[in-house]
Design a binder for this molecule. Structure first.
Ligand code: UDP
Length: 243
């Protein structure tokens, strides 16, 4: 690992639920969660504080259920509970790996997680605990991408890292089009105008309003997280236009 000091003191990592499923279509794969712990370790050892927002797509998403006729709000609450399950599963693996962590939920689930309270989250971060933010923003009709932007802003993270299956944002699907080109950098309006699908529009608008830099990268690329934290321009950066 590079000996240079980290470029950030605090980051927010967004993992989709799929990241906990490994190669499986649904559920958890312990090896995949262990890989997350392994990627986090050098980042924490470098003294970087880590907030983490986890999605729920490996278990349940509200929108497809609503498309099949379910009440949207109820389906979204089920989706939020899926994120709580994911946070609990990941918390257990992190703890077993010697990484101190806490689950804080925006949706009250008092038996299993603390309520998300900003000042308490900051305290956990300051003493080196990973804060696993569960329950999205606690309201239906939103996604965990929006929750990730909100939490990143709330905790004063210098960078939101959004992990995806490919190593950045492309002008076409790189898994289908061999000529697809990866963007190095995009501003928020380009992402919205070109409908690049980096995040939903609500999340992008929130990031734009607060000039929150978002780096899209592939967490499966070993060591990428730590290299980004040390300032390497891996993946695609969504940020305000450079002056
Ligand atoms: N969800 C919600 N409000 C939030 C965040 C999430 O209602 O603030 C619900 C929504 O139904 C969503 C599900 O939780 O589909 C799981 O989150 P998401 O789809 O963002 O997970 P990911 O795609 O990142 O795995």
């Amino acid at each position: 690992m590079a000996a240079s000091p980290p470029a950030y003191t605090r980051i927010l990592l967004k993992l989709s639920g799929e990241a906990l499923a490994g190669g499986r279509p649904h559920g958890f794969e312990r090896a995949a969660m262990q890989a997350v712990a392994d990627e986090l370790k050098p980042v924490l050892e470098a003294g970087v504080q880590v907030g983490l927002v986890v999605g729920g797509g490996n278990l349940f998403r509200g929108l497809p259920a609503a498309a099949e006729g379910a009440d949207r709000a109820t389906a979204d609450y089920i989706g939020m509970l899926a994120t709580v399950m994911n946070a609990l599963a990941l918390h257990e693996v992190l703890q077993a790996s010697g990484i101190p962590a806490r689950v804080m939920s925006a949706l009250p689930v008092t038996g299993v997680a603390e309520a998300y309270v900003r000042v308490k989250a900051l305290r956990h971060l300051e003493v080196g605990r990973v804060v696993l933010c569960a329950g999205g923003i606690g309201n239906p009709y939103f996604t965990t991408d929006t929750a990730a932007c909100l939490r990143a802003i709330d905790i004063g993270a210098g960078l939101l890292l959004k992990s995806t299956k490919v190593d950045g944002v492309y002008d076409a699907d790189p898994l289908r089009n061999p000529h697809a080109r990866r963007y190095e950098r995009l501003d928020y309006d380009e992402v919205l105008a070109r409908q690049l699908g980096v995040m939903d529009a609500t999340a992008v608008a929130l990031a734009r309003e607060h000039a929150l830099p978002v780096r899209v990268f592939d967490m499966n690329s070993r060591g990428a997280l730590a290299r980004i934290v040390h300032g390497e321009p891996i993946g695609t950066l969504m940020a305000p236009t450079e002056a």
